[in-house]
Design a protein around this ligand. Structure first.
Ligand SMILES: Cc1cc2nc3c(=O)[nH]c(=O)nc-3n(C[C@H](O)[C@H](O)[C@H](O)COP(=O)(O)OP(=O)(O)OC[C@H]3O[C@@H](n4cnc5c(N)ncnc54)[C@H](O)[C@@H]3O)c2cc1C
Length: 379
């Protein structure tokens, strides 16, 4: 089996298949990067809570996991022949899992490169850390430039953590914080979660600009131009860039209308023996790692059952739990179910607390150890 991309879902799919099938399956994981980072650690890097080095889990340290890792860049995928070409050679497989995430298209938002910052890549988060260090007065906008985007709570979390950071430095009264999101509420599937975020925004003096997307940054006037033409002046822009399917996936014929369609419970694509997981798909759940992980585990269970000639389990149930930083070292949780009522996701909210913050830390620790071997941890 060839697994393309070594993110959340792919690491779990590989670990689960090794657990179920042992030596019966040979898994090769290919990624151009040398290390995995949990998405939420980009926020920690941005606010100087952890360094880049402390959050990297290096693929070369995957020991005793039964998975072979190749650091290569994929240049073409043939889903019919299940053949993959990389900068280092050619690979074929009986089963192919495509999970190459999303690329960021900064140029889709004119002015973003010149006048703003993005915090969705590790490099972007590091650049912002240096800027935030010296930012102590003016208007900061956390703005979403396009949907869908990874981890819908992340812009709200960035605003809460910026608020914390400025309070700790004694400069909060001199800064106006605004959040621009293309939804009517922060977390559409969970009214309780949205209400709690909006209440905390009000409490912290964070302004919420609902139902709008940032279309352009004007470097001359330093204004964010929204998709209705209105303008918001800013001194610091923290952006969520437009996400696109990676070019190699677009060229493979796997994608339709931007992303790869999959059968939601099995992660199967329309090509025999080819599966897709995570952000690269249009599965309909949020683009968060926890959903990719659960879908991956269910896919692995079905693949293993099929190979063994056992009854096929029901597949992915459409659920997942997202942790949300609320500031003040408190974390909330929302448990979302996307499939229970077709077309109407529902969410259950757990109020922010230090205990839930500990639960989030424990989640990351168990995954690091499961995927990278005992001893692997964030520092
Ligand atoms: C700020 C932020 C906060 C977040 N917080 C959370 C959170 O709290 N909880 C949560 O569950 N999720 C969170 N996420 C989302 C999560 O981290 C994942 O990014 C998301 O689930 C998408 O995962 P993925 O596996 O589809 O893609 P990715 O994680 O992007 O993985 C894709 C992989 O493919 C590789 N790749 C791409 N193209 C090529 C190529 N041509 N050749 C070789 N390799 C290639 C990349 O190097 C990458 O490793 C957050 C994300 C961000 C940005």
């Amino acid at each position: 089996m060839l697994v393309l991309g070594a993110g959340f879902g792919e690491l779990e799919a590989s670990a689960r298949l090794v657990e179920l099938l042992g030596d019966e399956v040979r898994i090769t994981l290919i990624d151009r990067s040398d290390s995995f980072v949990f998405g939420f650690t980009k926020l920690e890097i941005m606010f100087a809570r952890r360094t880049r080095d402390a959050v990297r889990l290096r693929y070369r340290d995957m020991v005793d996991t039964g998975v072979r890792f190749l650091q290569e860049t994929i240049t073409s995928i043939d889903p019919v022949a299940r053949r993959v070409v990389t900068d280092q050679g050619d690979h074929r497989a009986d089963l192919l899992v495509v999970a190459l995430g999303a690329d960021y298209d900064l140029d889709a938002t004119p002015g973003l490169r010149e006048a703003g910052f993005e915090f969705y890549s590790v490099d972007g988060a590091e650049r912002l850390r240096s800027r935030i260090d010296t930012f102590s007065a003016g208007t900061a906008i956390v703005g979403v430039c396009g949907a869908p985007f990874k981890c819908p709570p992340a812009p709200s979390e960035a605003a809460f953590l910026l608020d914390d950071h400025l309070r700790a430095r004694g400069s909060r009264e001199r800064v106006r914080i605004q959040v621009v999101i293309p939804f009517g509420v922060p977390i559409p599937p969970s009214p309780d979660t949205s209400s709690a975020i909006l209440a905390r925004f009000a409490d912290r003096g964070i302004e919420f600009v609902r139902g709008r997307r940032v279309a352009v940054l004007d470097p001359r006037t330093r204004e964010a131009v929204l998709d209705d033409g209105s303008r918001l002046p800013f001194d610091l822009f923290l952006g969520v860039p437009v996400h696109r399917v990676p070019a190699v996936v677009a060229e493979s014929g796997l994608a339709e209308n931007g992303w790869i369609p999959v059968e939601p419970r099995s992660a199967a694509t329309r090509f025999e023996g080819v599966y897709a997981l995570g952000h690269v798909t249009s599965v309909g759940t949020p683009k968060a790692g926890v959903f990719a992980e659960r879908a991956a585990r269910a896919m692995a269970d079905q693949v293993a059952a099929r190979l063994r000639g056992m009854p096929i389990p029901p597949g992915y149930d459409g659920t997942g739990a997202c942790w949300i930083e609320f500031g003040g070292h408190e974390v909330a949780r929302v448990d979302v179910d996307f499939f229970a009522v077709p077309g109407r996701p529902t969410g259950t909210f757990t109020a922010p607390s230090a205990a839930t913050a500990a639960e989030k830390a424990s989640f990351a620790a168990t995954r690091a150890a499961r995927w990278f071997g005992p001893g692997a941890a964030l520092r």
